[in-house]
Design a protein around this ligand. Structure first.
Ligand SMILES: Nc1ncnc2c1ncn2[C@@H]1O[C@H](COP(=O)(O)OP(=O)(O)OP(=O)(O)O)[C@@H](O)[C@H]1O
Length: 586
């Protein structure tokens, strides 16, 4: 919390130093107004009762000016808070967007808890700052408190204890704010699931399937239940807040009434002036108002600071994943990539990969085969540096992968996935982003991956916007999108590691043959240019059999390695799978 607050102060000082200073000064100035108002009223009443105009007039003026200042000052502070929050928040949003867009790994989207934290700040920088700057209201209350204690102490030292009556409320509200934050976190999973299901209705693929039957209603029902669970969880926490507030308010009212009776007793016994009773009454009333203010500010700033905490976590994750070490990535590979006793698990689940010992020799084409869920794509993510091993080591020519700066390793890898991206960019850009340094130099990649043919079918060729996210975008077929993605993977000219994870699943047989032919050619070029390794994940054994090394995975373990000929001679798992597929196509 303190670190979050410090970050808010630093951001304000950096992006709006003057306005933030004004906000502080104005807040302190408005904090004085309630006290001078109470003194003015005391002086006015004592003047009236003692027929002393010398006391009445200054009291009237003080009361009027303080009252006006209290109302206007609060408005000005509120406006200033919004200005600071909005402007600094816009800068924060830019930072958040930048962090989200440039996170090198995929760990944050694989882990639900991490995803929750990202979702809590993504696009919400302004909201986080506007809420966080509410913390200055707490400072206003503290300044008021000092003056209130002094003024009450002048009437009687015991009365100076009156503000302590707000303590139970503060403690209760603080703890209920914490349980509210916990409930928010727990209900987020339900919200996310419900949201995901509702968004699913609107994806073209789901829309086609759901319209055909009653499954839409079934999914909606699950979404409704999830949503209701989330709402019920939050309602329980809100009820606790309400009860806490109520108990605190009762304690405060009892204490204020007791203080008032005590002041009246002092006045009746001439130990205090009648104006002092009014002073205690006014401060008691202000104490209630200040408490309400502080509670609201605590609630809002706690929420804002919680969001700032998520931002700090995101920034730390980015730092951690972007700059692990300072070793330069080799220009060419001589030995290859080696995995030693690698274990990987998603979150706290059972290991997805275990005891992985493997050498991917420099210049080799390595095929990963195995049943669905055996861990092929996870192994590929480890090699690409998208996730880190839970234990064990991955080295590149003897240097731990961790020792490279992630972005430099990324720049020497390329990949085409079965679940490829469909960026709503111009068609040419959609290919070019495969290597930003050559964004428009796409002719060769477009020819190899088949995007050239897609460009030719578009109204403005490579300058046509793709996807229907924007009004002028053109929709593509699944196969056309995959050709764009396959071409994107050809953008890098000298990768040390090229991954093809079922990159042709949506292509027709002829396109698939052509793309694989191009990949084979590229693999030869990459091998000679930089000793580059091509890793191929495929269920099609006709493609796999040509690989230099075939790695067979089962339940997260490597069960066989060798060339096609060696594995067929061994007559094990690979031979069994190969024959099954051969028989199916016969
Ligand atoms: N983000 C994730 N969080 C938790 N578990 C995951 C995640 N991604 C994959 N898994 C689990 O890891 C295991 C291996 O998945 P992986 O995608 O690596 O398999 P695969 O061999 O590539 O499968 P396929 O051939 O179907 O693509 C699966 O059992 C899956 O449930």
């Amino acid at each position: 919390m303190v670190a979050d607050l410090r970050l808010v102060v630093n951001l304000c000082r950096r992006y709006m130093p003057r306005a933030s200073l004004w906000l502080l000064l104005l807040t302190c100035a408005t904090a004085l107004a309630p006290s001078t108002l109470a003194l003015g009223m005391q002086s006015m009443l004592d003047g009236v009762l003692t027929h002393s105009l010398a006391k009445v007039w200054p009291g009237v003026v003080e009361t009027a000016v303080s009252g006006a200042f209290m109302v206007a000052g609060r408005r000005v502070v509120a406006v200033q808070q919004t200005i600071v929050g909005q402007t600094v928040g816009t800068h924060l949003d830019r930072k958040i967007l930048n962090l989200c867009a440039t996170l090198p790994g995929t760990a944050h989207v694989d882990d639900p808890a991490a995803l929750y934290r990202v979702e809590q700040v993504r696009g919400l920088g302004v909201r986080a700052m506007i809420l966080s700057v509410q913390a200055v209201t707490i400072m206003r209350a503290l300044v008021w408190l000092v003056f209130a204690v002094i003024m009450l102490g002048t009437v009687h030292p015991l009365l100076a204890l009156l503000p302590a009556a707000a303590l139970p409320s503060l403690v209760l509200v603080r703890s209920s704010a914490r349980s509210l934050a916990e409930a928010r976190q727990q209900s987020a999973e339900h919200h996310r699931a419900a949201q995901h299901l509702l968004v699913e209705f609107l994806t073209p693929a789901s829309a086609k399937e759901l319209r055909g039957g009653r499954s839409g209603g079934y999914l909606r029902e699950i979404a409704r239940q999830r949503r209701e669970s989330a709402v019920a969880q939050m309602a329980r926490a809100q009820r606790r807040v309400m009860i806490g507030t109520l108990v605190g308010a009762v304690a405060l009212t009892v204490s204020c009434t007791a203080a008032l009776l005590f002041a009246a007793h002092l006045a009746a016994s001439h130990a205090a002036s009648p104006g002092s009773v009014l002073l205690v009454l006014t401060i008691g009333g202000q104490l209630r108002a200040q408490c309400a203010d502080v509670f609201d500010s605590l609630r809002m700033s706690a929420r804002g600071l919680e969001m700032i905490g998520h931002y700090r976590w995101l920034a730390a994750l980015h730092r951690e994943s972007a700059s692990k070490g300072g070793s330069p990535v080799p220009t060419t590979l001589t030995t290859g990539i080696e995995l030693r006793d690698v274990v990987f698990r998603y979150g706290s689940a059972e290991p997805t990969l275990e005891g992985i010992d493997l050498l991917l020799p420099a210049g080799a084409t390595v095929a990963l085969v195995g049943l669905h869920g055996s861990g092929k794509s996870t192994l590929v993510k480890l090699l690409l540096g998208m996730v880190q091993p839970t234990s064990g080591r991955i080295t590149v020519d003897g240097v731990p992968l961790d020792d490279f700066r992630r972005e430099q390793w990324c720049a020497r890898t390329t990949a085409a996935f079965q679940d490829f991206s469909r960026f709503p960019l111009l068609a040419g850009e959609d290919v070019g982003v495969g290597d930003l340094s050559r964004l428009t130099d796409i002719d060769d990649a477009a020819r190899r991956g088949g995007a050239e043919a897609v460009f030719n079918s578009l109204p403005h060729g490579r300058h046509t916007r793709l996807g229907t996210a924007f009004g002028d975008g053109v929709g593509l077929s699944g196969g056309q999108w995959q050709k764009i993605a396959a071409s994107r993977a050809f953008m890098r000219t000298d990768p040390l590691l090229a991954v093809l994870d079922e990159p042709t699943a949506a292509l027709d047989a002829d396109s698939e043959r052509q793309v694989y032919h191009q990949y084979n050619e590229a693999a030869r070029t990459w091998r000679t240019a930089s000793g580059g390794i091509t890793v191929l994940v495929s269920h099609r054994f006709a493609t796999v059999r040509a690989a230099d090394l075939i790695v067979v995975l089962a339940n997260g373990h490597i069960v066989e390695t060798g060339s096609h000929r060696q594995l067929m001679a061994r007559n094990g798992r690979y031979a069994e799978l190969y024959r099954l597929q051969e028989a199916a196509y016969r």
